[in-house]
Design a protein around this ligand. Structure first.
Ligand SMILES: Nc1ncnc2c1ncn2[C@@H]1O[C@H](COP(=O)(O)OP(=O)(O)OP(=O)(O)O)[C@@H](O)[C@H]1O
Ligand SMILES: [Mg+2]
Length: 320
């Protein structure tokens, strides 16, 4: 096999899909490839098209245009094979609320012609944590426990590719962190993971990310490369009245982007001749006190803001 014949775990080519009579465009000319064993993140705000992409790749809906393959199998022609070899954790309603923890997992195992015993090694790290509650109805589990059960159900047939649609939405920060630890372990077992999230901080935890907004892919790269391409000076601003400072920053025509980031506001300037001293003077004239302005290293959130993707969820971040 030469390098051009490489089989990617996921290959999406010019996927386009609209819904309903009004033809609401959900995704528009989306192409990307995921290497085997990668954690690939689809990062985008509400309505960006994340679920639509995942549903096409898991063969649940058809694209209007374009092609896609998972594990070298075509999503239209070979949909049965794909359904047997991928795991899918939908955003909501994947569990049977009236069935117990064990009954849910059993059901998923049976659907895929296997048993919990046969593939226990695949799920033991995750399922082991909720097994003490195996007789509890799924509807009575906490958010973090539901998430672990849903992941166990998606894994019980030993899939080669795992699709996770916003697995951490609505989950507390500690459980989110733990969940990403679990994903790392699954990656080490050779499972390819495509995960969607509206949380910007989770972008850093992926090997590569595709940034999606309004149905279009804006960027595909490693988080590190996306940060390297930032190419502007970023200023962190602090002062006494932070909400009012943000309002005043947004009234200043020299400012390109400004948003609240942890304890500070992150700002880029349109005009490189407008100095931070002038900015400080501007804020002082507006009556602000104890202003500090210092350059900081851009993070992935700043890159998103810079290309105009708004409404992403901040998540938790360490202050820099
Ligand atoms: N069944 C449907 N009928 C009509 N429009 C739909 C349907 N499903 C999705 N859409 C629209 O397609 C676009 C993309 O939706 P999609 O669910 O793929 O986005 P998403 O990134 O998963 O968003 P969310 O954060 O809401 O999960 C949105 O504008 C949405 O309103
Ligand atoms: Mg969605």
């Amino acid at each position: 096999m030469n390098s051009t014949d490489k089989i990617f775990s996921i290959e999406a080519t010019h996927l386009t899909k609209s819904y309903g009579k009004k033809k609401v465009v959900a995704i528009d000319d989306v192409s990307f490839r995921v290497n085997t064993g990668e954690i690939f993140g689809l990062i985008g705000p509400d309505g960006a098209g994340k679920t639509t992409i995942i549903r096409i790749l898991t063969t649940l809906i058809l694209a209007d245009k374009g092609t896609a393959a998972v594990d070298g199998q075509d999503v239209v022609k070979d949909y049965k094979k794909i359904r047997g070899s991928v795991g899918y954790m939908p955003g909501r309603f994947s569990l049977y609320q009236d069935l117990t923890v064990e009954e849910n997992l059993n059901l998923f195992a049976t659907v895929f012609n296997t048993t919990i015993e046969e593939n226990y090694d695949v799920v033991k790290d995750i399922y082991g944590q909720i097994e003490p509650f195996k007789d509890r109805r799924a509807g009575k589990l906490s958010g973090g426990m539901k998430q672990k059960l849903a992941l166990s159900c998606a894994l019980i047939h030993k899939p080669s590719v795992l699709f996770l649609d916003e697995p951490t939405t609505g989950v507390d920060p500690v459980s989110r962190k733990e969940f990403w630890g679990i994903l790392k372990n699954l990656k080490q077992q050779g499972i390819t993971i495509l995960v969607s999230t509206p949380y910007m901080d989770e972008a850093n935890l992926c090997d590569r990310i595709a940034l999606i907004n309004k149905g279009r892919l804006l960027k595909i790269d490693t988080p590190q490369n996306i940060i390297l391409q930032f190419g502007k000076i970023l200023w962190a601003i602090h002062g006494r009245n932070m909400p009012k400072i943000l309002t005043d920053l947004r009234l200043n025509n020299h400012i390109n982007t400004s948003f609240a980031f942890g304890d500070t506001h992150h700002v880029t300037l349109k005009d490189e001749h407008y100095s931070p001293i002038e900015l400080e003077n501007y804020l002082t004239e507006k009556g602000h006190e104890e202003i500090s302005i210092r350059p900081v290293q851009a993070g992935i959130e700043d890159c998103f803001m810079d290309i105009g993707v708004e409404n992403l969820t901040e998540g938790v971040h360490e202050n820099n």
